[in-house]
Design a protein around this ligand. Structure first.
Ligand SMILES: *Cc1c(COP(=O)(O)O)cnc(C)c1O
Length: 394
């Protein structure tokens, strides 16, 4: 199979797998135990923490291990809201196209009495700093805006947002699950207070992630139990996972420039060839996006049918986020960038990795062209568009 769904998840690299193996047997200790087997585990856990901190220019004590991006997002929001409440603040600013780990948590906060402003993301899929400035009130306790979007890959003006939040004394959290390991991230320079990451999005294992929290920002526990992670996140640490994440991230950061060059070249081949399909549109800014992200809509087709036929041709693709596939609603991200429902249904997301080859991309281009043409031929919607009974929207 040709795997083009790296925003959904990535394969654990050989290097990462090898680095994790000793932690399943040789270093099996519980990092909380006082004996030497436990203390070795503790030392290794701290090594992993330091490696992760270094990759985003944080301090080791600012890294908390979690079960992944979803937990990190929930924890950051819960904590910032709790802090806000203490100060009598109850307003949150976010964007309209966040991951559901943020959007659905914010819905819960709304039920608990918080007010949420959703910044528009426009056709290019990028928030405007001027909109953020206008949305801030003296009740704002949290700004949570993703670093890079998981469906269309567009990169947000994080450093500018950070600057504004710092100036206004508002906590700034960013869901950087798609960004970390794929585009440079510097929490100091960008004035980020809280940042979520997840190992399985950069060739680490699933079920492990981290939340970066700037020193002196208190956290509210999501769970209660043992004293792990400075009393903030109980449960015996997933040492193999933490080490896997650390090695994967260090590797991704080290190879980022070289890998992105190679990946962007293949991604651009896809854009250049497939945008010649009539009545198609590139979703999100063409250049200000992650190197690995391709996302287009083709009018008159169903994205699901395209995916199934691509799968039959040996290509793993996605119509958007893995979390919304299976539901019949079009992607909230594509609606947020202003696509009409009927167009948003015909979306295709291809997210590349270093393992992909130019040959695979050429084959994919051929298959997508063939399948879109076939689906249009058998589509009554396309028929009425072509006859002029209905107007083309794109
Ligand atoms: C994948 C993803 C998440 C969820 O991370 P998990 O580790 O799968 O819980 C959150 N936000 C974004 C932007 C993602 O891409």
């Amino acid at each position: 199979m040709i795997y083009l769904d790296n925003a959904g998840t990535t394969k654990v690299s050989k290097k990462v797998k090898k680095a994790m193996m000793p932690y399943l047997d040789k270093f099996f200790g519980n990092a909380s135990s006082l004996h030497s087997v436990g203390q070795t585990a503790r030392t290794k856990l701290d090594e992993a923490r330091a490696m992760i901190a270094k990759s985003i220019n944080a301090q080791p004590e600012e890294i908390y291990f979690t079960s992944g991006g979803t937990e990190s997002d929930n924890w950051a929001i819960e904590s910032a809201c709790w802090l806000g409440k203490i100060k009598g603040k109850n307003h949150i600013i976010t964007s309209a196209f966040e991951h559901h780990a943020v959007l659905n948590k914010l819905q819960e906060m709304e039920k608990a009495g918080f007010e949420v402003s959703y910044l528009p993301v426009y056709k290019n899929g990028i928030v405007k700093v001027s909109d953020l400035k206008k949305a801030i009130t003296d009740k704002t306790c949290l700004v949570t805006i993703m670093f890079a979007n998981n469906e269309i890959g567009t990169i947000q003006p994080i450093a500018e947002i950070g600057k504004i939040c710092r100036k206004n004394n508002i906590i700034f959290h960013t869901d950087a699950v798609q960004a970390v390991g794929h585009t440079p991230v510097d929490v100091e320079k960008m004035n980020i207070d809280m940042l979520s990451m997840s190992a399985h999005k950069f060739h680490g294992p699933k079920g492990v992630g981290a939340l970066y929290v700037k020193k002196n920002i208190p956290l509210k526990n999501l769970m209660h139990g043992g004293a792990q992670e400075k009393n903030r996140r109980p449960g015996t640490e997933n040492l193999a996972g933490c080490m896997g994440m650390a090695v994967a991230l260090a590797d991704a950061v080290k190879n980022m420039e070289r890998a992105n060059k190679k990946i962007a070249k293949m991604r651009d081949m896809l854009f250049d060839s497939l945008s010649s399909i009539p009545h198609s549109v590139i979703n999100g800014d063409r250049t200000n996006r992650l190197a690995n992200n391709f996302n287009m809509c083709f009018e008159g087709i169903e994205g699901e049918s395209l995916l199934l036929l691509l799968n039959d041709a040996g290509i793993c693709a996605s119509s958007g986020s893995a979390c919304t596939s299976g539901s019949l609603d079009p992607s909230h991200v594509l609606l947020a960038i202003g696509l009409p429902h009927e167009v948003a249904h015909g979306s295709l997301r291809l997210t590349l990795g270093e393992d992909n080859s130019v040959g695979q991309i050429k084959y994919t281009i051929k298959q997508v062209k063939k399948i879109v043409e076939y689906l249009r031929k058998i589509s009554p919607v396309w028929d009425s568009l072509e006859k002029g009974d209905k107007k083309h929207v794109i």
